[in-house]
Design a binder for this molecule. Structure first.
Ligand SMILES: *[C@@H]1O[C@H](CO)[C@@H](O)[C@H](O)[C@H]1NC(C)=O
Ligand SMILES: *[C@@H]1O[C@H](CO)[C@@H](O)[C@H](O)[C@H]1NC(C)=O
Ligand SMILES: *[C@@H]1O[C@H](CO)[C@@H](O)[C@H](O)[C@H]1NC(C)=O
Ligand SMILES: *[C@@H]1O[C@H](CO)[C@@H](O)[C@H](O)[C@H]1NC(C)=O
Ligand SMILES: *[C@@H]1O[C@H](CO)[C@@H](O)[C@H](O)[C@H]1NC(C)=O
Ligand SMILES: *[C@@H]1O[C@H](CO)[C@@H](O)[C@H](O)[C@H]1NC(C)=O
Length: 589
C-alpha cells in the first residue's frame, strides 16, 4: 500500500512539473468528484487511517496535533505511528512528518495514544503507550530533538524506555494498560499521571503514578479513581475547570477549581465525564454525583465520537477539546476512498453555571472561514411546514438557530418507560408527529428530499411530578434517510437537553461539512456528531431547511447561516507529506 501511494504521488508530482496549471485544476476537480466525503474544514490527513487525537498542545505560538495514524492504508494496522500537523490558528493545518514510529523494543508493535506535558521550563515531553516485543502495553517517553524549533519536527526516544510496565508485583493486565494523560504537579513538587486500565471483573481504573523527575515513576497504592462494572477505561483525561466563567485553567492549577474525569469506555465506545473534587491530600478524585451507569450518563457527545482529549491553550486562556469521529461506512468503502477518520472541529470546553454540566462550543476561529450569510428574524414555522434556507453552500456551512415554543400545554406526556433518549429518538423518528415537535433543521438534503439528515427537538410534559422540571426536551439526530447507500451505519442518536422551554429559547448550532454534521444543543450542553454519506446531496445539489412537523407553531426567533470556506487541511503541496522511506525495519510484519 505504501509503495503504491508513493508511486501515485510521484507520478502526479511529475505531471504537475511537466504540464501547466489547467492539468492541476483538472486533477483538483476530478478529486472532488471522486471524493465527495472529504471535508472542507475538519482535520484529516491527506490519506489513510486516523484514530485518536494525541498530545495536542500550543508551543511557541504554534498549535500541534498528533494523531494515531496508519501510513500504510485506510484501515487500522499494528504499525500505528504518531502522525503530526501544526497550525497557527487551529483551523489551517500543515502536515509534518510523523513524530515517531515503532522503533524500540518497548514500542516495536505500535506507538499508541498518549499526551503532552509542558514542563515548568517550557519544554514539552510526550508520554505514550508502546506495545512491546512481548505484546505488553507499556508507557514510554519521547522528547523533542530541537526545542528551538517551534514545529518540533523531530522527536527522540531515550533508551531507558519503557518508564512504566506491568510486572508480576503490580497485578496490571499487560493488555489493559494504556493512554497516559497530561501529567500534573502536586504541592509536594511531584508529578502525577494516570493510565487507563481495568481488572478481570470489569472494574475500570485510573492507575496513578508519581515521579520527582518525570523518568522514575512509582505506582500509588490507590488508583486516582475506579468504578465497578465499567470495563476498560481508554483515553482518560483529567483536568481542572474554573468554577465561574469560561476561561480554561492550566492542568496543574491550584486555584479554586472543580475537576473533570473523562473516560472512553471500550464496551460502549462512548466518552463519559464526571465533575467532582480532586482531594490533593489523599490523591483521589471524588465525582459529585457518582458515576452514572445508565442511558442518561453524561457524555461529551451523544453521537459518533470517541477517545477525546483536551489541552490548555495558555495564549487564549481556554481549554480545547479534540475527539475522533470514526467513519460510519464499511471498511471496504474506506479502502476505496483511501482514508478513514476525522477529528471533530476543535471545541472550547468549560463548566456550565449550574456546576453540573460541561459546555462546549466551536472555537471562535471558525468565524475566519465564514462567507456569505443569511439571516432570519422572528419567522413562524407553522405546523407541518418546511422552509428552505437559500443563499448558503448547504454542504459546507455553519448554522445558528433559536426556537421558541408557545402552547407548551399542548405537549404530550412523557411515558414513564421512556428513560433512554436514544431509544425514544429511534422509535419516534422525525416523521412521527407529536404535540410539540419534531422541529429543527434538515441538512444535507437532496433536491427531492430522497436523502436528508434531520436534527430536531421534541418537548414533552414530564410524567414525574417529583421532578422540578415540568418539561423534558429531547434532542435527536436522524440519519436513517441520509443516504441511498444502505451499507452505512445509520443509527439514530439522542439526548435529553436540560433546559426549561417555558422561559428559555431552544438553541441549535450545526456545523455541516459534506460527510459530518456536528450539533450543539442549548448553547453547548448537548453535542451530537454524526457521519453521513449522501449519494445525491453532494456539493451544489445539497439543501438546508428549517422544519416543524408538530401540531403547534414554533417561532424561529433568529437563524443565521454562513457558507464556510475550506480551510487548508494538511495540503501536501504546502509541505510535502513525508511518507516512510525507511521501511525496512517494518517489513517484518
Ligand atoms: C519478554 O518476555 C521475556 C520472557 O518472559 C522476558 O525475558 C523479556 O525481558 C520480555 N521483554 C520485554 C521487552 O519485556
Ligand atoms: C533548531 O531549530 C532552530 C529554529 O528552527 C534552527 O534555527 C536551528 O538550526 C535548529 N538546530 C538544529 C541543530 O537543527
Ligand atoms: C525512584 O523513585 C523511588 C521513589 O521515590 C525511589 O525509592 C527510587 O530509589 C528511585 N529510583 C531511582 C533509580 O532513582
Ligand atoms: C467505527 O465505525 C465502524 C463502522 O460503523 C464500527 O464498526 C466501529 O465499531 C466504530 N469504532 C468506534 C471506535 O467507534
Ligand atoms: C440513572 O442513574 C442515576 C444515578 O445513578 C439516577 O439518578 C437516574 O434516575 C437513573 N436514570 C435512569 C433512567 O435509570
Ligand atoms: C404518568 O404515567 C402513568 C402511566 O402511564 C399514568 O398513569 C399517569 O397518569 C401519568 N402521570 C401524569 C402526571 O401524566
Amino acid at each position: 500500500m505504501a509503495k503504491l501511494n508513493r508511486s501515485i504521488v510521484g507520478l502526479s508530482l511529475l505531471l504537475s512539473l511537466l504540464l501547466c496549471d489547467f492539468i492541476i485544476d483538472l486533477e483538483a476537480s476530478q478529486q472532488d468528484l471522486n471524493q465527495p466525503y472529504r471535508t472542507g474544514y475538519h482535520f484529516q490527513p491527506p490519506r489513510n487511517w486516523m484514530n485518536d487525537p494525541n498530545g495536542p498542545m500550543i508551543y511557541k505560538g504554534i498549535y500541534h496535533l498528533f494523531y494515531q495514524y496508519n501510513p500504510y492504508g485506510a484501515v487500522w494496522d499494528v504499525r500505528i505511528v504518531w502522525g503530526h500537523s501544526t497550525s497557527a490558528d487551529l483551523v489551517n493545518w500543515t502536515p509534518q512528518p510523523p513524530a515517531f514510529n515503532p522503533s524500540q523494543p518497548s514500542d516495536v508493535n505500535g506507538c499508541w495514544s498518549g499526551s503532552v506535558t509542558i514542563l515548568p521550563d517550557g519544554k514539552p515531553v510526550i508520554l505514550y503507550t508502546g506495545i512491546d516485543q512481548n505484546k505488553s502495553q507499556v508507557q514510554n517517553i519521547a522528547v523533542p530533538v530541537n526545542v528551538s524549533d517551534p514545529y518540533l519536527r523531530e522527536w527522540s526516544k531515550p533508551t531507558l524506555n519503557p518508564l512504566l510496565a506491568p510486572n508480576a508485583v503490580n497485578g496490571i493486565d499487560p493488555d489493559r494498560f494504556r493512554d497516559p494523560t497530561t501529567a500534573w504537579l502536586g504541592r509536594d513538587g511531584e508529578w502525577r499521571v494516570i493510565v487507563g486500565s481495568s481488572t478481570d471483573d470489569r472494574r475500570g481504573l485510573a492507575i496513578l503514578y508519581k515521579s520527582r523527575d518525570f523518568f522514575n515513576w512509582t505506582q500509588s497504592t490507590k488508583p486516582l479513581h475506579y468504578e465497578d462494572l465499567t470495563g476498560m477505561w481508554e483515553c482518560p483525561d483529567f483536568f481542572p475547570v474554573a468554577i465561574t466563567g469560561s476561561e480554561g485553567v492550566e492542568t496543574s492549577s491550584f486555584g479554586d477549581v472543580k475537576h473533570v474525569l473523562k473516560v472512553s469506555l471500550i464496551e460502549t465506545l462512548h466518552d463519559y465525564y464526571t465533575i467532582g473534587t480532586y482531594d490533593r491530600e489523599k490523591d483521589v478524585y471524588v465525582p459529585d454525583l457518582g458515576f452514572v451507569q445508565n442511558e442518561s450518563a453524561p457524555r461529551l457527545d451523544y453521537g459518533k465520537y470517541y477517545a477525546s482529549k483536551t489541552f490548555f491553550d495558555d495564549v487564549k486562556k481556554r481549554r480545547v477539546l479534540w475527539g475522533w469521529v470514526n467513519e460510519s461506512s464499511p471498511a471496504k468503502d474506506d479502502i476505496e476512498k483511501g482514508w478513514s477518520g476525522l477529528q471533530s472541529f476543535p471545541r472550547k470546553i468549560w463548566l456550565g453555571e449550574s456546576g453540573k454540566e460541561l459546555l462546549q462550543w466551536p472555537i471562535e476561529e471558525i468565524e475566519t472561514l465564514r462567507g456569505s450569510q443569511v439571516s432570519w428574524h422572528n419567522k413562524v414555522l407553522k405546523a407541518g411546514s418546511t422552509l428552505q434556507v437559500h443563499g448558503v453552500t448547504a454542504a459546507q456551512a455553519d448554522v445558528e438557530v433559536s426556537f421558541k415554543v408557545r402552547n407548551l400545554e399542548k405537549a404530550d406526556v412523557m411515558k414513564p418507560s421512556w428513560t433512554d433518549p436514544q431509544k425514544i429518538c429511534s422509535q419516534e423518528d422525525s416523521s412521527v408527529k407529536s404535540g410539540l415537535g419534531p422541529f429543527g433543521l434538515i441538512v444535507l438534503a437532496s433536491n427531492d428530499m430522497e436523502e436528508h439528515t434531520s436534527v430536531y427537538f421534541k418537548i414533552f410534559k414530564s410524567n414525574d411530578t417529583n421532578k422540578n422540571t415540568k418539561y423534558v426536551v429531547l434532542m435527536c439526530t436522524d440519519q436513517s434517510r441520509s443516504s441511498l447507500n444502505d451499507e452505512n451505519d445509520k443509527t439514530t442518536f439522542g439526548a435529553f437537553l436540560a433546559i426549561d422551554p417555558s422561559n428559555q429559547a431552544i438553541s441549535l448550532r450545526t456545523l455541516i461539512d459534506h460527510s459530518i454534521v456536528e450539533n450543539y444543543g442549548g448553547g453547548g450542553k448537548v453535542c451530537i456528531t454524526s457521519r453521513v454519506y449522501p449519494k445525491l446531496a453532494i456539493g451544489e445539489n445539497t439543501n438546508l431547511f428549517a422544519f416543524n412537523r408538530g401540531t403547534q407553531s414554533v417561532d424561529v426567533l433568529s437563524l443565521s447561516a454562513w457558507s464556510l470556506k475550506s480551510a487548508q487541511i494538511n495540503d501536501e503541496s504546502m509541505s510535502p507529506f513525508i511518507e516512510y522511506e525507511d521501511s525496512h525495519s517494518l517489513n517484518q510484519f
